[in-house]
Design a protein around this ligand. Structure first.
Ligand code: N01
Length: 548
């Protein structure tokens, strides 16, 4: 099967999209040419599958193509984020900063696409209308907005976890006379903000990065904050030549370390409890880690800082005091201090001068929990208390995470059941990657959290190996059994309820989207546990999957 499909694919490549009316058939159709899509294409092609990736963007890079707002950058160390599959790539590519910015990250992914000749199997500007499973042919028919159709034995959704930008449905939004933009759709040519009256709605990780950067150039900035966040200094810096050499010599150790930690970052928890040591020792560790770059202050801390309880609250108060120290006006400082959720229950935004922005005379912080936004007017934003006149409104209001982009693909499985209906009360999958009644669909975007690349590479490897198993054993389809799925959903809901990530109203549980069912959208397990579970499933002949 694979070889005949290869020939068809070669013909398709020669003719671009194929002849008019001709439906190209592939072993795997990948939706998304971001970090996981590019690697899926590379890996599956290496294993002899005919593969084509489609992306609605005009370029490769996924999240790093779209999120080009000022200040956008990694919060994981650059060298822990790159692909590990090619030693040549690792040695060729020089990360310039410890926490690399969007332009560089987009350049990196373009470099990867060129180096591994991936572009010939990628179609950009391709908007999926629907994906329908054909039970007779055991394949997916994917239809695009422009009328094109393709067939794929497998449908691989590499659509990202944070890709469906969410703009609240504010009344009067279309009446605004100035410019508006969602951060995840930042125009390539940029936005002219110099000297303008700019309003930013949202103070999550995106808002924090954006606000810090644009405060340097706007005329006046109004920040509309609903929930204050715990933010910590990123302490970014350039990588000098000597450090570059050391990094390149230590990739095996970096990746080994990442493979052993819960979120696939290069930081290990201190096995001690914060409450076991003396208050002085505890404070000394908090201060020492605070002075370190990146997530160390979060993920190298005492192990129980990341568990609901006394240690978590103790550290939360340390962070609150760090915020208070940096803001001149005590009233504004208290507005910026989070008091309604636990430290670490949301991903920690890393910042580079965020709190000092509120010491500028031309910056105003507005509490929209106290006085909610009532509507957008032609002149600006009207809250319960006042109207704020603006030239530009920027929505840093986040994403319909994980399932948002998936259900928008209009995926229809056996018997015409849609993934949207099936996920109405929260995702129903087996290990995040397969859903009963949707054979040969691998939802790669729904299964990883933490350092996305480190988690995605082994996941893509596992899916590719499962596809090899199906091919080698002359099956045509693989799908989660309803029993395995039920057990997995029970595990996610029951064990997920105990972890820090489900304690706040964040995208982790879909609580940021009005009307979305509250459910943990990813696995509650650590990355090493998930890898072990998947390995066990494969070792047991794909236990929990129905193979036909
Ligand atoms: O989105 P968010 P984000 N009225 O959902 C507010 C990753 N990331 O794009 O908290 C007023 O966190 C909302 O308020 P509240 C990272 O994984 C990584 O910032 O819901 N405000 C919140 O303040 C992160 O976790 C990096 O009360 C409204 C904001 O909008 C994830 O992306 C950088 C509102 C949304 O915050 C998402 O972060 C950036 C309304 N109606 C992002 N609706 C790196 O450094 C929403 N808000 C790699």
């Amino acid at each position: 099967m694979a070889s005949s499909l290869h020939q068809e694919q070669e013909r398709a490549q020669e003719s671009g999209k194929g002849n008019p009316g001709e439906i190209q058939r592939y072993d795997a159709v990948i939706i998304g040419a971001g970090v996981t899509g590019l690697y899926s294409l590379y890996r599956m092609r290496e294993l002899g599958f005919s593969v084509r990736a489609f992306d609605h963007a005009g370029g490769v890079g996924g999240t790093w193509f779209w999120n080009r707002y000022p200040g956008c950058r990694f919060d994981s160390e650059s060298y822990s984020y790159g692909y590990s599959f090619s030693e040549e790539l690792l040695q060729e590519w020089d990360w310039k900063e410890h926490y690399s910015g969007q332009p560089e990250n987009e350049r990196y992914l373009n470099y990867v696409a060129d180096k591994f000749d991936l572009r010939k199997d990628i179609q950009l500007n391709a908007h999926v209308d629907s994906a329908v499973f054909d039970q007779t042919e055991n394949c997916w028919e994917i239809s695009f907005e422009d009328g094109q159709k393709v067939l794929g034995q497998y449908l691989i959704t590499s659509v990202g976890s944070l890709s469906d930008g969410y703009t609240p449905d504010f009344a009067g939004i279309e009446s605004f006379k100035g410019a508006t933009c969602h951060t995840s759709k930042w125009p390539k040519e940029g936005m002219d903000l110099v000297g303008k009256r700019v309003g930013v709605i949202g103070t999550g990780a995106t808002g924090v990065q954006l606000i810090t950067e644009i405060a340097k150039e706007v005329g006046h900035l109004t920040v509309f904050q609903r929930t204050a966040n715990y933010c910590a200094p990123l302490r970014n810096g350039l990588i000098d030549d000597e450090t570059q050499r050391k990094i390149k010599a230590s990739y095996p150790e970096i990746f080994k370390k990442c493979s052993e930690t819960p979120g696939s970052f290069m930081h290990e928890f201190d096995p001690r409890s914060a409450m076991e040591v003396s208050p002085e020792e505890r404070q000394e560790q908090y201060e020492r880690l605070w002075a370190e770059p990146g997530f160390k202050k979060w993920l190298s801390n005492f192990r129980d800082v990341m568990v609901p309880g006394e240690a978590n609250e103790d550290y939360a108060e340390f962070v609150r005091n760090k915020i208070r120290e940096r803001v001149n006006d005590p009233v504004v400082a208290e507005m910026l201090v989070p008091k309604d959720h636990m430290f670490g229950s949301k991903r920690l935004p890393c910042e580079s001068g965020y709190y000092e922005v509120y010491n500028q005379d031309n910056v105003l912080l507005v509490d929209v929990r106290e006085a909610p936004i009532e509507r957008i007017t032609p002149q600006g934003v009207k809250t319960k208390d006042a109207e704020y006149e603006l030239d530009v409104i920027i929505f840093a209001t986040g994403f319909d995470a994980v399932t948002g982009s998936l259900v928008k693909l209009d995926i229809q499985g056996e018997g015409g059941q849609t993934l949207k209906d099936k996920f109405a009360n929260g995702p129903r999958t087996y290990m995040g990657i397969s859903s009963a009644g949707f054979p040969n669909l691998f939802t790669i975007n729904a299964a990883s959290v933490g350092n996305f690349v480190r988690a995605a590479e082994p996941l893509v490897d596992w899916v590719s190996e499962a596809m090899c198993y199906v091919r080698d054993n002359e099956y045509m389809r693989i799908s989660a059994t309803p029993e395995a799925e039920n057990a997995w959903v029970k595990h996610v809901n029951e064990d997920g309820a105990k972890i820090l990530r489900t304690q706040a109203n964040s995208w982790f549980v879909g609580a940021n989207i009005p009307g979305k069912a509250r459910a943990l959208l990813t696995a509650p397990d650590t990355a090493p546990v998930m890898r072990a579970k998947r390995a066990q499933v494969a070792a047991n002949g794909y236990e929990g999957f129905d193979l036909q």
